[in-house]
Design a binder for this molecule. Structure first.
Ligand SMILES: Nc1ncnc2c1ncn2[C@@H]1O[C@H](COP(=O)(O)OP(=O)(O)O)[C@@H](O)[C@H]1O
Ligand SMILES: [Mg+2]
Length: 220
């Protein structure tokens, strides 16, 4: 029997391709929530705990053999299972907001749409190994070439997934957008091609509007 997937109002995730501005946005979200008096935990995937960060190294570092798509998916969920139990659930239980730089939507986009793995399998892993979903997901949507140009300035050399070709990243982008269309109540799509101030204002507006929808029991 599969377990229920519970929506968690205080779990907010940032999704989007490389260079879309997720890491840049996350600090602004933390500041906005802290200014409103909330306890905030910032985290990221893959990773977020010492063990999960070691799995991240396996996933993103160079390997001396090809990493099978199925291995990649299971390592992503191994990392996420650990992250959820060590970091996300304890923080939510004590009433904090958790802001995660990537979460399960990235597996649907990269391992599902990008690598072609069955979304039903991903959904089963999500139910059994994760068991919760964000109340709000900000999708920073950006042209693949623009994202690549931005990360070229940031990284000395690309990691294993960043080294994929543009057609892979086009499938990933389409995968993210399809998820946003399928769950319009959870997602806010932000045009990440705007200058940083414009993206920041859009993020701020989305967070402000979302906080106004939360009830006292969501915040307890
Ligand atoms: N709106 C923007 N316009 C131009 N450059 C940006 C913008 N947002 C972020 N950048 C730059 O692009 C690079 C990638 O941003 P980052 O926040 O690390 O993206 P991500 O975490 O989504 O990969 C960084 O060098 C950052 O300074
Ligand atoms: Mg980043």
């Amino acid at each position: 029997m599969s377990e229920a997937l519970l929506s968690q109002p205080r779990l907010i995730t940032l999704e989007g391709g490389e260079g879309a501005g997720k890491t840049s946005a996350i600090a602004a979200i933390r500041d906005r929530l802290q200014a409103a008096g909330h306890d905030v935990v910032l985290t990221r995937e893959p990773g977020g705990t010492p063990l999960a960060e070691r799995i991240r190294e396996l996933l993103l570092g160079a390997q001396d053999e090809p990493l099978a798509a199925e291995t990649e998916l299971l390592l992503m969920f191994a990392s996420r299972a650990q992250h959820v139990r060590q970091i996300v659930r304890p923080a939510l239980r004590r009433g904090a907001f958790v802001i995660s730089d990537r979460f399960t939507d990235s597996s649907y986009a990269y391992q599902g749409a990008g690598r072609g793995l069955d979304p039903e399998w991903i959904a089963a892993l999500e139910r059994r190994a994760v068991g919760l979903k964000p109340g709000l997901t900000l999708l920073l949507d950006l042209d693949v070439r623009e994202g690549r140009a931005r990360t070229a300035g940031r990284d000395l050399w690309p990691d294993r997934i960043e080294s994929e070709q543009d057609d892979f990243f086009e499938r990933v982008r389409a995968g993210f957008r399809a998820r946003a269309v399928a769950e319009p109540h959870r997602f806010r799509v932000i045009d990440a091609a705007q200058p940083p101030a414009g993206v920041g204002a859009a993020v701020e507006a989305a967070i402000g509007a979302y906080l106004r929808t939360l009830t006292d029991s969501d915040l307890a």
